[in-house]
Design a protein around this ligand. Structure first.
Ligand code: NAP
Length: 260
């Protein structure tokens, strides 16, 4: 199936590690151009160099997405370099454990690292998205539906991303801009590894306990499986899909618990 991404430009936040890295690679593999907006210089430089060496195009813009000026810079630099923006993958975020005990400052900070930049990037990119009938993919989380405990800020941000997916799908109908969300559950990435290692006395036992509860094949979802859904949603092959929440999780959230 040709996804028709050739020569199209997609901003991918957090696009050089974990799920974002897999999405950047999948876009490039389809002939698209990922513009990686992230704060980690090293991983972004390495990935851009690797993609270019393979004959693909890619670019990175380095900074902190919680800064509004950086979001504007990402859009300005992408437009100046390529003259077009065909889509945005809002992906960067972190489960930072800003629970009820942590207080108002931690809660607000969590929204700023997890939520506000999803809006800011789309706001600044809007003229380009309108011009090209662009697509938006918001990476949310199962936590938006299930809760997790001790992570009010992250849960609020992930839930708001789903609300914004529906809201933007509605607002942008007249421009044929499609907006969808993906909800991963258990995907081994640097973020996930860190969460296991700092949160539990026996991370290996916790990991085994989680994996035993994943209905399909008793394994974690791979970043590549999330990326495959993302590029499909970016592509015109999903041309009549908008405002949808795709739960790519091996049945973890929705299948009958007695099955595991
Ligand atoms: P990851 O391994 O930590 O990769 C995320 C990347 O985004 C990192 O490179 C990180 O930079 C960057 N980033 C994060 N916040 C940023 C900010 N404010 N400004 C600039 N760069 C920022 O995370 P992941 O596990 O792939 O998660 C990606 C998305 O999937 C997140 O939205 C997460 O909530 C969601 N998700 C993941 C899972 C899972 O199982 N992994 C489950 C549900 C939802 P650094 O390198 O500096 O950290």
């Amino acid at each position: 199936m040709d996804l028709h991404l050739k020569g199209k430009v997609y901003i991918v936040t957090g696009g050089s590690k974990g799920i974002g890295e897999a999405i950047s690679r999948a876009i490039a593999a389809e002939g698209g151009i990922p513009v990686i907006a992230t704060r980690s210089h090293e991983s972004a430089d390495r990935l851009v160099a690797e993609l270019k060496a393979a004959g693909d195009d890619a670019h990175s813009v380095i900074g902190a997405l919680e800064e509004v000026a950086f979001c504007k810079k990402v859009v300005d630099e992408t437009a100046a370099r390529y003259g077009r923006i065909d889509g945005i993958v809002n992906n960067a975020g972190a489960n930072d454990g800003a629970g009820l005990e942590k207080g108002p400052e931690a809660f607000r900070n969590s929204l700023s690292i997890n939520l506000f930049h999803y809006y800011d990037l789309v706001h600044y990119a809007l003229p380009f998205l309108k011009k090209n009938k662009g697509t938006i993919v918001n990476i949310s989380s199962k936590v938006a539906l299930t809760g997790q405990g001790n992570t009010s800020g992250y849960a609020a941000a992930k839930g708001a991303q789903l609300a914004l997916t529906r809201e933007w799908a509605a607002e942008l109908l007249p421009h044929s801009i499609r907006v969808n969300a993906i909800l991963p559950a258990e995907v081994m990435t640097p973020l996930y590894r860190r969460w296991l290692d700092i949160s539990f006395d026996d991370p290996a036992a916790k990991e085994a306990a989680i994996v035993s509860k994943i209905p399909l094949d008793k394994r974690m979802t791979t970043p590549e499986e999330i990326a495959a859904m993302a590029v499909f949603l970016l592509s015109d092959q999903s041309g009549h899909t908008t405002g949808q929440f795709m739960v790519v999780d091996g049945g973890y959230v929705h299948l009958d618990r007695s099955l595991t």
